[in-house]
Ligand binder design. Structure first.
Ligand SMILES: [Cu+2]
Length: 286
């Protein structure tokens, strides 16, 4: 069983192993979706973009709806398995970040994810392993026309953005049912916890191609953990809705990761019901 933990609990060796594996996927493992033109890391960026927009857009959409948690759970697990394969190290897992940036809680350090973008350099990240100047992290997939080849961040520049606090999280965890409706867990967590963090980091994280920033995976890992907490907190609520009768969205629906006729990003198929238990997918949280 693979164990995921808060990045702040990781040793410097564990952080380095994670960063090194990300860089291997970014530079040394060829793409399945677009071989020669991009690398394996970029496939995850591409899949997420295709889930939202562009010529290879597929349906049903895994955002703004109940598929949000199941779909991202599979995407993250596939990323984790690819990291392990690239580094030949099954101890590597995706850490989570709980949106705290105080003290040792911040992942935005030189030895881990690097810091904010530099306004004078079109908001490019200039510190840490993913800074363009380090020569190991080139952006290759954009929302529309080719953009900056450097990773960009704009912490807090969007006035509508915020990092949810522990009370914010607690109040969203209290919401039921899973879905649908403006007061459901899915709608309030995606809209009130997930979206503002994408906007607060800004730069690449504000785009459909947000997985260009490795913090995407730590952010979504925390949301994945919160889904587990929500299930524990509401044992009599359905862990996922609709259970049936919602075409493409119910428990028996197959999750979609590619447009019909376009290459599959990974082997394996999953129904929504296959995603409800992390242990069945091979991981757990400490
Ligand atoms: Cu997403």
């Amino acid at each position: 069983m693979d164990t995921r933990q808060n990045h702040s609990q990781m040793s410097s060796q564990q952080k380095k192993a994670f960063v090194d594996a990300v860089l291997l996927l970014k530079n040394n493992v060829d793409s399945v979706l677009n071989p020669g033109a991009q690398k394996r890391y970029d496939d995850f960026v591409q899949v997420h973009k295709n889930a939202m927009m562009g010529p290879d857009m597929f349906m049903p959409m895994p955002h703004r709806g109940p598929l949000f948690f199941p779909w991202h759970r599979i995407m993250l697990r596939q990323f984790e398995l690819e990291l392990q394969k690239a580094a030949n190290d099954t101890t590597i897992t995706i850490p989570y970040w709980d949106w705290d940036i105080s003290g040792s809680s911040t992942p935005f350090t030189t030895d881990f994810l690097g810091g904010d973008g530099d306004v004078a350099q079109s908001n490019r990240v200039i510190s840490g392993p993913f800074a363009y100047s380090q020569g190991n992290f080139e952006i290759r997939v954009w929302d529309s026309s080719p953009g900056d080849v450097g990773l960009r961040r704009e912490f807090g520049d969007d006035p509508t953005s915020y990092l949810p606090t522990a009370p914010d999280v607690a109040s969203v965890l209290a919401k039921t049912p899973y879905s649908p409706g403006p007061n459901s867990w899915e709608v309030t967590s995606e809209g009130g916890l997930h979206n503002p963090v994408h906007r607060w980091i800004g730069g690449n994280m504000a785009d459909a191609t947000s997985p260009n920033d490795p913090v995407f995976f730590l952010h979504h890992c925390y949301l994945d953990l919160l889904w587990e907490r929500w299930k524990t907190q509401h044992p009599t609520s359905d862990p996922y809705l609709p259970t049936s009768g919602g075409h493409g969205l119910d428990l028996a629906s197959k999750l979609v990761f590619n447009k019909t006729g376009r290459p599959k990003p990974w082997t394996g198929t999953w129904k929504v019901q296959d995603t409800l238990n992390p242990a069945a997918l091979g991981y757990s949280y400490v």
